[in-house]
Design a protein around this ligand. Structure first.
Ligand SMILES: Nc1ncnc2c1ncn2[C@@H]1O[C@H](COP(=O)(O)OP(=O)(O)OP(=O)(O)O)[C@@H](O)[C@H]1O
Ligand SMILES: [Mg+2]
Length: 472
C-alpha cells in the first residue's frame, strides 16, 4: 500500500528557519506547508491532514509555541507534534512534552536529527494507515472450498455460486444467523473477475444510522458537525470490486432510497455534495431478518427488494442438513486439534446422538463454538456428551419470552414450572440470597421459603443469622 504521505506543517516566524527546514525535508521527498504563526497553523490544520507538525517554541506576535501546542494537541490528538526550542534545558523539554509534543529538538540541531524525528512519524503514520485499512476496508474473502457440506442443498449452493460468481448480477442472501451468508458472499467475490480488486464488507447494523450514509457514500467537508475533512465513500473504495452489505434489513428507509438509485446505474453523491459520482461496483446483500415481513410492515422498500433479488441464495438451517452436522464436526475437530495442539479423535456415539437431535438455532456458528469448547474440555480421545453444552438449558435461556410450554401438561403443572423458573432465575441473579430474592419478588422471606419447598427448589443460601423482626 503505497499512498503518498500527507505534508509536514512547519510553523516558525523566522523566514530563514522555515527555509532551512524546507531544504532539509524537501530533499528527502517530504511535502511541506510553511506558515508563520500559530493562528495560520490552526487554519491549515482545519483544512488538511498533516503527517506531523513542527513548531518553534517562540512565535513572534500572538500565541506562543506552547500555547499553540496545548490547543492543537487537544483538537488533533492523532497528529504528532515536534517542538523546536532555542536551547535545551530539561525544564523546557518537560514543558514541551507536557503541552503534548511527542519530541523536541534543541537549536542548533543536525539535519539527521530532524530527519530521524520526521521519519519516525512517517513510519508511524504508514503503520497506522496500513493497519486501519487491513482491518477495516479490505477483508480477505473466503474460498468456495471452505463451504463444507454433503447435503444435496449444499451441493446445489456451491454450484449456484460457481455459475453466478463470474456475472455482475446483484445477489441477495437470506438465511438464519450462522448459516454461512458471509462465507457465500466472500466466495462469490473470490470466484469473480473482480477478485483482483477490493472486497468491501459493511455491516449495516453495526454502524449508527446517521453515519451509515457517509460511510457508504462519503461526505464533503463541513457537511455535518464532525465532518472536518472530505471523506471518500466505501463504494469508491470498492470501485472495480465487490461491496457486501451485511444485515441490510437494518438499513433506514431514507438510505434505502439512495441505495436504490445507486443500484440503478452506480451513481451517487457524497453527503453535502452536489457532484454526481459514478463507480463500477458489484453488490451483494444479506440479512437474517424475515425480509417479506419487513416489507409488509413498511420497514423495507419493496422496489429495493426486487432490485437486490436478482439472484437469491438461501443457505438452509443446519437442522435441515442431516448428517452434515457430523461432517462439519469432523472438520472443526481437525481445526481445533491443530490450533490447540489437542488429540481428540472423534465423537462418541452418545455425543453424536446429542448433536444430531439438537435444533441448532445459532446454526453452524453455534456448532463451531460447541466443538471448540468440547475440544478444550475433553480429556478422553473422543468427545463425550458431558463436554457438550447443556442444550436444554441453553434452549430455555435463549427464548426471549423466557418460557417453553411443554405439551400435554395441565395448567397447574405449567404454572408451577413457570414459578420455578422465575424463582430460580431471581435466586441466581441475587447469588442465592433469600432476603434479596424475596424483596425483588415482593413477597416475604417466609412465603418464598414455603414456595421453594413446594416447588422442590433447594435452598443454596448460607443461612445468615436472621435479625429479629425482618420477616414481613
Ligand atoms: N458450510 C460451512 N462450512 C464451514 N463453516 C461454515 C459453514 N457455514 C458457516 N460456517 C462458519 O460458521 C460461522 C458463521 O458463518 P457466517 O458468518 O458466514 O454466518 P452468517 O450467516 O453470516 O451469520 P449472521 O447472520 O449471524 O451474520 C463462521 O465461522 C463460518 O466460517
Ligand atoms: Mg454474517
Amino acid at each position: 500500500m503505497n499512498w503518498p504521505l500527507p505534508p509536514v506543517l512547519v510553523v516558525d516566524d523566522e523566514k530563514n528557519m522555515r527555509l532551512s527546514l524546507k531544504s532539509i525535508l524537501a530533499g528527502e521527498g517530504y511535502d511541506l506547508r510553511l506558515v508563520e504563526s500559530a493562528e495560520e497553523a490552526l487554519g491549515a490544520l482545519e483544512k488538511e491532514e498533516f503527517l506531523m507538525v513542527i513548531t518553534d517554541a517562540r512565535l513572534g506576535g500572538g500565541m506562543s509555541g506552547y500555547q499553540f501546542l496545548a490547543l492543537a494537541c487537544k483538537k488533533w490528538p492523532n497528529t504528532p507534534f515536534l517542538m523546536i526550542t532555542a536551547y535545551a534545558t530539561p525544564k523546557l523539554a518537560v514543558e514541551a512534552i507536557k503541552a503534548g509534543a511527542i519530541d523536541y529538538l534543541a537549536k542548533p540541531f543536525a539535519p539527521e536529527e530532524l530527519l530521524h524525528a520526521v521519519s519516525r512519524c512517517a513510519e508511524f503514520h504508514r503503520l497506522k494507515r496500513d493497519n486501519a485499512s487491513l482491518r477495516a476496508s479490505v477483508v480477505e474473502p473466503y474460498q468456495i472450498d471452505q463451504i463444507i457440506g454433503q447435503a444435496p442443498k449444499m451441493h446445489e449452493l456451491r454450484q449456484l455460486i460457481r455459475s453466478v460468481a463470474p456475472t455482475d448480477a446483484t445477489v441477495l442472501i437470506l438465511g438464519e444467523s450462522g448459516t454461512g451468508k458471509e462465507l457465500i458472499a466472500g466466495a462469490l467475490h473470490s470466484l469473480s473477475q473482480r477478485r483482483q480488486n477490493n472486497y468491501i464488507r459493511i455491516n449495516c447494523a453495526a454502524i449508527p444510522e446517521n453515519l451509515l450514509e457517509s460511510e457508504l457514500f462519503g461526505h464533503e467537508k463541513g457537511s455535518f458537525t464532525g465532518a472536518v475533512k472530505q471523506k471518500l465513500g466505501r463504494v469508491e473504495e470498492a470501485h472495480g470490486g465487490t461491496i457486501f452489505l451485511d444485515e441490510i434489513g437494518d438499513m433506514s428507509r431514507p438510505l434505502q432510497a439512495k441505495l436504490l438509485r445507486f443500484l440503478e446505474d452506480g451513481s451517487f453523491t457524497r453527503v453535502g455534495g452536489n457532484d454526481e459520482l459514478h463507480v463500477d461496483v458489484r453488490l451483494i446483500a444479506a440479512t437474517n431478518r424475515d425480509i417479506i415481513q419487513a416489507i409488509s410492515q413498511n420497514n423495507f422498500r419493496e422496489d429495493l427488494f426486487h432490485r437486490l433479488n436478482v439472484v437469491q441464495f438461501r443457505p438452509p438451517p443446519l437442522r435441515e442438513r442431516g448428517n452434515d452436522i457430523i461432517v462439519l464436526v469432523e472438520n472443526f475437530l481437525q481445526h481445533f486439534n491443530a490450533t490447540m495442539n489437542k488429540h481428540v479423535r472423534g465423537v462418541s456415539a452418545a455425543a453424536r446422538q446429542k448433536l444430531l437431535s439438537y435444533h441448532w438455532p445459532g446454526n453452524v456458528r453455534e456448532l463451531r463454538n460447541a466443538i471448540e469448547r468440547a475440544v478444550i474440555l475433553e480429556t478422553t480421545p473422543e468427545i463425550q456428551p458431558a463436554s457438550l453444552p447443556d442444550f436444554q438449558l441453553e434452549g430455555r435461556l435463549r427464548k426471549s419470552d423466557g418460557f417453553v410450554i411443554a405439551a400435554n401438561e395441565s395448567l397447574d403443572v405449567l404454572m408451577a414450572d413457570f414459578e420455578r423458573q422465575v424463582i430460580n432465575t431471581t435466586l441466581e441473579n441475587n447469588r442465592f440470597n433469600i432476603s434479596k430474592t424475596a424483596e425483588q419478588l415482593k413477597i416475604s422471606r417466609h412465603a418464598l421459603r414455603y414456595r421453594m419447598q413446594r416447588l422442590n427448589i433447594t435452598d443454596a443460601e448460607e443461612e445468615p443469622p436472621s435479625a429479629p423482626g425482618r420477616e414481613g
